[in-house]
Design a protein around this ligand. Structure first.
Ligand SMILES: [Mn+2]
Length: 316
């Protein structure tokens, strides 16, 4: 546990720049914004920046700051929710004075001068709450912080549906909703999809292939995404779709990109799929990973490997 050291570095730094991963999800933005608001509440005189490129259609949750290059010279840089350095949004993260990594993904790339990685945590937002609790007054807490962290936990647990939801996660959530924000409004906003996203889900159901063991997969052609007018972050709304189907144990969604490779979203209700993902330029959590497929040959390979994992799981 590096919590004391993290708090010392925050206390000492005059400028703190917080980065998160590319294509941010609510946990990336919630942990980033929540930590920033917490630091700012305790230390109003410090300069705290949110760094990173576009937040896509999550701009209702958080927006980024313009960070001048010069700000990095003496800065403490903290990355949240970002397992490896290529995925850090805004690569200037490496130009600060000291770098801290806070994350809940498997620690395959232990970068930074200091890192605090807890793969058992539901989300990085949960970890930020733990840090605030541990700080016992050295960090601030208010409704702004609570709303952002709650959004992150709701996002990464699929509204407390996934198996990363622990008793501790629920205790943290209980503490967060005691603050003055509207969790129902936030849940409704996070659950909202556009008609085009609903049509994409419909495409997934129409074209899903399910093996006898319960391995499901679908290829979403670029033309489908373009015809629906969807941006790449909006496509994410279809990733969980096959999981509701009876008999589906694990699934892969292959999303064709403007330039190869295909983006591969892997999800599972039981079989461990992140080793499969690592074999295809990806990685992630045991039951939720991402990978890449260069072509239809690699797609067929991933489909076969997923089917083998599911078969092994259901016959074990
Ligand atoms: Mn996360």
């Amino acid at each position: 546990m590096n919590l004391e050291a993290i708090l010392d570095h925050i206390e000492e730094a005059e400028t703190i720049i917080i980065h998160r991963h590319v294509n941010p999800d609510p946990d990336a933005l919630g942990s980033q914004g929540g930590l920033a608001a917490s630091i700012q509440a305790a230390y109003p005189q410090k300069k705290v920046f949110l760094a990173g490129e576009g937040v896509g259609n999550l701009d209702w949750l958080s927006t980024m700051d313009q960070v001048p290059d010069a700000a990095y010279a003496n800065a403490l840089v903290i990355t949240v929710d970002t397992a490896d350095t290529p995925r850090v949004s805004d690569q200037r993260f490496n130009t600060g004075k000291f770098l801290i990594k806070i994350d809940h993904h498997p620690n395959d790339d232990d970068y930074g001068d200091l890192s605090w990685v807890v793969p058992e945590a539901s989300s990085t937002s949960e970890l930020i709450y733990d840090l605030i609790q541990h700080a016992a007054g050295r960090l601030g807490f208010n409704a702004t912080v609570a709303r952002l962290l709650y959004a992150g936990i709701v996002g990464d647990t699929g509204r407390f549906l996934f198996n990363n939801t622990s008793a501790h996660t629920l205790r943290v959530a209980a503490a967060l909703i005691q603050e003055d924000f509207d969790p129902t409004a936030l849940n409704n906003r996070m659950n909202q999809i556009t008609l085009a996203q609903a049509k994409l889900q419909s495409y997934v159901f129409e074209h899903l292939e399910v093996t006898a063991s319960g391995a499901a997969s679908v290829v979403i052609p670029l033309a489908v995404v373009e015809n629906l007018g969807l941006t790449s972050d909006q496509v994410h709304a279809a990733v969980g779709t096959p999981g509701r189907l009876e008999g589906v144990v694990a699934w892969a969604i292959f999303v064709e990109q403007p330039e190869a490779p295909y983006r591969v979203n892997l999800r599972s209700k039981g079989p461990i799929i992140n080793e499969l993902a690592k074999g295809h330029h990806g990685g992630g959590h045991p039951l939720a990973s991402g990978a890449k497929a260069q072509n239809t040959t690699e797609i067929a390979e991933i489909r076969a490997q997923l089917d083998a994992l599911v078969t092994q799981f259901v016959t074990a």
